[in-house]
Structure formats: structure tokens, C-alpha cells
Unconditional design. Structure first.
Length: 188
């Protein structure tokens, strides 16, 4: 016969299961955060690839930025434009490159269906000279001397968790990845 000391009691088994559940609840947010940071890194890679394609387009087209139309509307009169895949496709951009991996997961894929891309392209740079582009605002026309401050493309909304420090680290803040005209990608 077996003695009672060799077997687990029901209470001991429930305690072990409860401890495992508590440990799993601590790990789940960390795993989810790591997965979303991976998606954000993929988004940054997509924007960098778009940035390389834009630079190649500029080199092939007399130092002018590409004119990208959304829903068939041309934002700049006198410039022929096209859909993002049509304009940047010859420079290595694919439909997968134009899709932020977080969009499909977070349920914001409506921009992909509506516009064919997860990224919003700035009409400010459409068809403008890449050396001294002009921006058009309510206050007038301005020549920009630092193209690194111009946005070429960005996420439609802030969906990527940002790194926080100090007192801010208690709260998760979300940001968007932004491609600048000089090819840099930053999060804001």
C-alpha cells in the first residue's frame, strides 16, 4: 500500500497551479510589449526602405520628390502622381513594405483597404525640388533649408509604444514612426 506522504493533496496541487498562474500573469504584459516593439522595429525597417526608394526616385527624376496620390486625388497641380505602390514599386517597395505590421493586429487595417498603404504620405514634398523644397501654409510659401525636418511618410496614428524614462515609465505612451526627407526614421 502507498502511504499518504507519497501523493499530492488537492490543496497542494491547487496552490502550485495558482503560483504558476500568478507568474504567467507577470510575464504576459512583458511578452506582449516585446512583441509590439518587434512590430515597431519592422515598421521602422519598412519606412527606411521607403526612404531609400524615395532617394532613388529623387536621383532618377531631376531632384524632385515623388508625387503620391491618395484615392486618385493629386495634391499638387501640374505634377503627375500615382498610388504609392505604383510610384515606388520600381524602386523595390512592395505591398508588404507599405503595410505596418501593427495595423492588421490592432484592427486599424482600414487605411490599408482604403489607401493601399498603412502610411500617410506628406503632400508638402510632392513634386518639390529636393535641394530647397518649398512648403505651402496658410501664412505663405516658405523655402526649407533643412530637409531633415520635412516629413515624407508616417503612420496614420500613434500605435507604437514609446520608450519612457523616469516618472513617465509608469504609463505607456504611444507614438508614430516618421520618415524624414533626409532618410532618417524617428518616433514621435
Amino acid at each position: 500500500m502507498k502511504s499518504r506522504d507519497d501523493a499530492f493533496t488537492l490543496i497542494e496541487l491547487l496552490i502550485v497551479i495558482a503560483i504558476i498562474a500568478v507568474l504567467a500573469s507577470f510575464a504576459t504584459p512583458a511578452i506582449g510589449n516585446a512583441i509590439e516593439r518587434g512590430r515597431s522595429a519592422k515598421c521602422v525597417g519598412n519606412l527606411r526602405q521607403i526612404g531609400v526608394a524615395v532617394q532613388q526616385y529623387i536621383a532618377d527624376n531631376d531632384n524632385t520628390f515623388p508625387c503620391i496620390t491618395i484615392e486618385g486625388e493629386n495634391p499638387v497641380e501640374g505634377h503627375e502622381g500615382g498610388e504609392p505602390l505604383e510610384v515606388l514599386g520600381p524602386y523595390g517597395v512592395s505591398a508588404a513594405t507599405l503595410t505596418c505590421p501593427s495595423d492588421a493586429i490592432l484592427g486599424s487595417e482600414s487605411s490599408i483597404r482604403k489607401y493601399g498603404t498603412s502610411y500617410m504620405f506628406s503632400p508638402i514634398v510632392d513634386g518639390e525640388n529636393a535641394i530647397n523644397p518649398k512648403i505651402y501654409s496658410r501664412r505663405g510659401i516658405f523655402t526649407v533649408s533643412n530637409v531633415g525636418r520635412l516629413t515624407v511618410a508616417s503612420d496614420f496614428t500613434g500605435i507604437h509604444p514609446r520608450a519612457a524614462s523616469g516618472e513617465e515609465s509608469k504609463f505607456i505612451k504611444f507614438g508614430m514612426n516618421v520618415l524624414r526627407a533626409d532618410g532618417r526614421v524617428e518616433q514621435r
